[in-house]
Design a binder for this molecule. Structure first.
Ligand code: SF4
Length: 325
């Protein structure tokens, strides 16, 4: 589907992730609803969408922190949906995650050294691997010093904590990292430093990123390709250059128009979406965006559009382009 001669490292094939609601009235939450795409080796695939659109659920499902309700996920061509025990543990070494809030995911009672030991302990590698040397190298990679090892999380700044989170994700030499709103909790100046660090590490270590953010501006800065999600669906996938040139889906257009512009005229063209994002436990029929779409027509509330390639490597799910292509 990617229309790209590079090798696919990970592939989602008609993935659905449904959760049971808290009570009978709340029904089934369709957090991810029939999503297919590929992540190419060495790329940063950015995913953007409003809060609650299912992007974090999708990221966690890719590395089996959550199980898909339906569909398959392939890593190096192997279906990981049914992996168990040792095989699942092996896969998890290669596919790591960096979370949004570094404070919440570092144990406050453990020193940085103990925190960085955890991945080696979990995978019983403390005898096979020279952990001291590896931890020293990890610190160097993320721009921290050895004296940080004796510190507790509360003694570090937000940026330093996120660097520890990155070091921990790198400990087992992964191939792909899910960056789940990895810079959203940081101050803007620190965000830029952490984004630069992630970029440097990607080049130095040959990593692949699945970069999740609600902020299209941030996604734009780091991504080779971008997937736009709305209410559990992927509505547009394109390279950075293609999206910069032309957005097809009305939702992508609205998201892009919300990026602050220096040019006053361009800023005035901002598209304001009416209404709230509907609940994923009771999504609208047809195109899920039809209740807020400025271009919706009668068909939009009845038929669900499917993701189609409308130019090489550019995919969009919208009835506006059905006849033309
Ligand atoms: Fe808008 Fe219809 Fe396209 Fe959905 S299918 S984005 S409602 S025009």
């Amino acid at each position: 589907m990617a229309g790209n001669e590079k090798e696919a490292l990970m592939k989602a094939d008609h993935v659905k992730v449904y959760f049971k609601g808290k009570n009978r009235k709340s029904g089934t939450v369709k957090a991810v609803d029939d999503i297919s795409f590929e992540i190419m080796k060495g790329e940063t695939f950015g995913v953007v969408g409003e809060s609650g659109c299912g992007k974090s659920t999708l990221g966690r499902t890719l590395i089996r922190l959550l199980d898909a309700t339906e569909g398959s996920i392939y890593f190096h061509g192997q279906d990981v949906s049914s992996l168990k025990g040792k095989d699942l543990k092996e896969m998890r070494k290669k596919a790591q995650i960096i979370f949004q809030d570094p404070s919440a995911c570092l144990n406050p009672r453990r020193t940085m050294k103990q925190i960085l030991m955890e991945p080696f302990e979990i995978h019983n590698l403390t005898k096979e691997v020279d952990v001291e040397t590896r931890i020293h190298k990890l610190l160097q990679l993320v721009g921290l010093d050895d004296y940080h090892l004796s510190r507790y999380p509360h003694e570090l700044s937000g940026g330093q904590k996120q660097r520890v989170g990155i070091a921990r994700a790198l400990a087992l030499e992964p191939e792909i990292i899910i960056c789940d709103e990895a810079v959203s909790a940081l101050d803007v100046s620190v965000q830029a430093q952490v984004l630069n660090l992630l970029q440097e590490l990607k080049e130095k270590l040959g990593l692949t990123y699945f970069f999740i953010s609600h902020n299209l501006n941030v996604v734009y800065q780091v991504s080779d390709r971008v997937g736009v999600m709305y209410l559990g669906n992927m509505v547009e996938i394109a390279s950075y250059d293609q999206l910069y040139e032309k957005r097809y889906h009305p939702y992508t257009e609205a998201l892009l128009s919300a990026i602050p512009q220096v040019d006053q005229e361009a800023q005035a063209d901002r598209i304001h979406l009416e209404g709230e994002v509907p609940s994923p436990s009771n999504p609208p029929s047809g195109c899920r965006f039809h209740t807020r779409c400025p271009k919706a027509c009668e068909r939009c509330s009845k038929d669900r559009p499917v993701l189609k390639e409308i130019s090489e490597g550019h995919f969009v799910a919208c009835h506006l382009y059905d006849e033309e292509h």
